[in-house]
Design a protein around this ligand. Structure first.
Ligand code: EPZ
Length: 418
């Protein structure tokens, strides 16, 4: 089993350019089958989730090629609308192909994703929205057989929760639906703005992305274009946390650093100095972190659930008691058991973790159960005394591009062992 071997207590210091965003890239890859012609995406991170999406596109008949961080997808020859179980199971978020396939072919056949490591993750909001737009969906045996006998028609859709994936699916399906679609209580994450921006460049008419109400006027045709994928705000926080727990300093080259506003306060509370400008973020950590107070995960622009575990590691070595409340997913504290093996003092009850900071963590053998919990274990290992072995790193490879190379470049000692 592949693992990371990490010798801790080296300061993370230096500068780096943050990778392209996984969660920004995935809906754009799905969109490339909706739009006609050749989409060229630059800044595409090399990650197993991205490969999984590319495999789906190839299976659907798109011509996909990659050169460095540029991926080209020619959808002209695409004719498939059914994705096999095995391809769907490679990546949970492949449900975002639903809206794209319905928009392009008026039909789609996918496997319903089940729960995953972080929660039950139902897709009721996605399916209800597609039905409101005119789709007929048969859910027998975990397969979603979808068709639109009368085509897709614009409608008002009120989301009971601002789901990121459901908002993306609605955008994709509604772009070429007849008439106007209004999404009420839409997700406001930067990835929504990016998808809408890409679709508008392809000829769509979407207004209000990034706000709670989005209006989409259906257009007849979408034509592929070139797009540079935005940088990964979640990966950025992981590298900031790595510098914070090791008493280091880091300069991140990151365009649109205002996306990091929702995390600035807990970093500052912990005693880190942060300077943000149009070129990125600079962080300087104190010798020992102060308690972070109360962190509550919320939809954007609230504190992101995907960064909760990294900040919990900071709280684990801070002076004093901090609390993390996870409001988005019901099972996002699996990493806590592993952190405890490293000496962290954390009590959890349902969605709340109370963290008493300790002076230092100790190296241990730990297992990553999910992507962000995995990145947090790496962060913990960087500041722990001795050697930590992190197993289950295939989770980390889903979202962090060459994390070991990046961290070694910043002064860490981390090796991948196959
Ligand atoms: C996206 O997941 C991200 N994934 C997640 O990143 C991220 O944690 C999440 O948004 C929240 O920011 C991608 O972008 C690929 P949601 P998504 O729909 O779209 C409930 C990572 O580590 N819900 O906003 O699946 C759901 O169960 C990942 O990179 C329903 O009840 O998130 C959850 O409790 C993990 N019914 C909440 O809403 C639905 O139909 C938020 O989910 C849909 C969602």
């Amino acid at each position: 089993m592949a693992c990371f071997v990490i010798n801790g207590q080296n300061k993370i210091e230096g500068e780096m350019t943050v990778q392209g965003a996984k969660n920004g890239a995935l809906p754009l890859l799905a969109a490339s089958v909706l739009v006609r012609g050749k989409t060229v995406l630059s800044g595409c991170p090399q990650l197993t989730d991205i490969t999984a999406a590319a495999n789906i596109l190839t299976y659907l008949g798109c011509k996909v090629s990659a050169c460095g961080d540029v991926m080209s997808i020619d959808s002209e020859s695409a004719s498939g609308f059914a994705v096999t179980d095995s391809l769907m199971h490679e990546m949970r978020s492949s449900i975002v192909f639903l809206g794209a396939l319905l928009g392009r072919f008026g039909k789609a056949e996918l496997t319903a994703p089940g729960g995953c490591e972080i929660g039950l993750r139902p897709i009721d909001l996605h399916l209800d929205a597609m039905r409101t737009l005119g789709a007929v969906i048969d859910e027998t045996g975990g397969r979603l057989i979808c068709s639109c006998p009368d085509g897709l028609k614009g409608a008002r859709i009120t989301l009971s929760f601002p789901s990121v994936g459901a908002t993306e699916n609605i955008l994709l399906a509604a772009c070429t639906a007849k008439g106007e679609t209004i999404i009420v209580n839409a997700a406001r994450e930067p990835e929504i703005k990016e998808l809408a921006g890409f679709l508008n460049s392809c000829g769509a008419d979407i207004k209000g992305a990034g706000e709670s109400i989005i209006r989409i006027n259906g257009v007849k045709k979408l034509t592929a274009c070139e797009h540079r994928i935005g940088q990964d705000r979640i990966a950025a926080v992981t590298y900031m946390a790595a510098a914070a727990v090791t008493g280091g300093s880091i300069r991140l080259h990151f365009k649109n650093s205002e996306m990091l506003m929702p995390v600035a306060e807990p970093f500052e509370k912990s005693g880190c100095r942060i300077i943000q400008d149009e070129n990125g973020v600079w962080l300087k950590a104190p010798e020992r972190l102060k308690k972070l107070g109360m962190i509550r995960t919320m939809p954007y622009p609230g504190f992101p659930t995907d960064s909760q575990a990294d900040l919990a590691v900071m709280a684990s070595v801070a002076r004093g008691t901090s609390t993390v409340v996870e409001n988005i997913f019901e099972n996002r504290f699996k990493y806590v058991g592993e952190l405890r093996r490293m000496g962290a003092q954390i009590r959890t009850e349902n969605r709340v973790a109370v963290i008493e900071g300790v002076r230092k963590l100790n190296g241990a053998k730990v297992v990553s159960h999910d992507l962000r919990g995995g990145s947090a274990l790496v962060v913990a290992a960087l500041c722990a005394e001795g050697t930590t072995i992190v197993y289950g790193i295939h989770h980390i490879d889903r979202g962090y591009e060459k994390i070991e190379t990046q961290l070694n470049g910043l002064g860490a000692e981390i090796f991948r062992k196959e």
